[in-house]
Write a protein that binds this ligand. Structure first.
Ligand code: R2B
Ligand code: URA
Length: 310
């Protein structure tokens, strides 16, 4: 086994760029059932199915992730007539997964718990498949702070609802904090890709990850609201002053878990509205549809460029 440099928790990072799981128990298991993906190491040949995967794109919505695989396949010239992209996880309705060449497109649902479950199984899948040099990118939606709706935010640092660069989880009744850092080189590559396209405004900024869409993001229009409009305004302004440019619900867990397994990760989200102007998402379906294609375009361009350089 080849090692180079320091990895997570001061461990050595392998120079073969494999996914480094952090669980000694797995080596003792005869079979690993990836329950929510309806895949298993004994019933599926995971290296044959997934061994060539280099780009894993994740997003909340199943239909968006299907649209993405069709788009990226056509951009990469993989969509010859009659080619179909079946849902690899059709035996479950928890998540969807599509593959086109080296690209895997997977839904994670809404929020940290759903995303954490997906990531445990997805990272194990990549490990069992002996994938190397994998990059993970979330293509998502968000609420912007002080940005024109439709702007794309490439996350510099994921932060929690107190603007801290931390992902906190309770494990065995104790508070465990992990670093939700994004890959700085990936951020720069994605910025360059947006400049290449020159089709929509793109900024680099901090992304605030919350546990809820309504009270958790300071909305005034949920079923519950015990704060004033002024308090909401002050909170969003404080977030902006802390470098936050958009708000969503998955970035910290994604960054923390990929970091722990030595997988470079990026988050690219379009903003559906400017939260300094309101709370309701009132743009037409057509407009929202076009906004959601922006991260897909940016990330497809990135993948094409990376493959051309390989
Ligand atoms: C963005 O959009 C969803 C909420 O509408 C959530 O999954 C997120 O992060
Ligand atoms: N997703 C969020 O989490 N918040 C928004 O405001 C929009 C999309």
């Amino acid at each position: 086994m080849a090692f180079s440099g320091a990895g997570p928790k001061g461990q050595e990072r392998r120079s073969d760029h494999r996914v480094q799981l952090q669980n000694p128990n797995l080596a003792k298991m005869k079979e690993d059932i990836l329950y929510h993906l309806d895949l298993s190491t004994s019933t599926h040949d995971l290296p044959a199915m997934f061994g060539d995967v280099k780009f894993v794109c994740v997003g909340g919505s199943p239909s968006r992730m299907k649209a993405f695989i069709l788009y990226v396949a056509s951009e990469l010239g993989l969509d010859h007539p009659g080619k179909e992209y079946p849902n690899i996880c059709s035996g479950t309705d928890r998540y969807v997964m599509y593959k086109a060449g080296p690209v895997l497109s997977v839904s994670h649902g809404m929020g940290i718990p759903s995303t954490a479950i997906l990531l445990h199984e997805l990272l194990k899948l990549l490990h069992h498949a002996r994938c190397s040099g994998v990059t993970v990118i979330r293509i998502g939606t968000s609420g912007g702070i002080g940005l024109e709706p439709g702007s794309v935010v490439i996350t510099q640092q994921a932060v929690d609802a107190c603007f801290k660069p931390e992902f906190e989880q309770i494990v065995l009744g104790k508070r465990v904090v992990r670093k939700p850092d994004l890959d700085a080189k990936l951020v720069q590559e994605l910025v360059q890709c947006s400049a290449d396209l020159n089709e929509f405004p793109t900024v680099v900024g901090n992304t605030m990850c919350t546990l809820d869409f309504y009270e958790g993001q300071g909305r005034l229009d949920g079923a519950l609201c015990y704060y004033t409009e002024q308090e909401k305004k002050e909170y969003l302004q404080a977030a902006h002053a802390a470098g936050v440019r958009n708000i969503e619900m998955e970035s910290t867990v994604l960054a923390a878990m990929c970091n722990a397994c030595s997988v470079p990760v990026a988050v690219v989200c379009v903003t559906l509205l400017d939260r300094l102007q309101g709370d309701q998402i009132s743009s037409s379906h057509e407009v929202l549809e076009e906004y959601q294609q922006r991260p897909q375009k940016l990330v497809s361009h990135f993948i094409k460029k990376r493959l051309a350089a390989a």
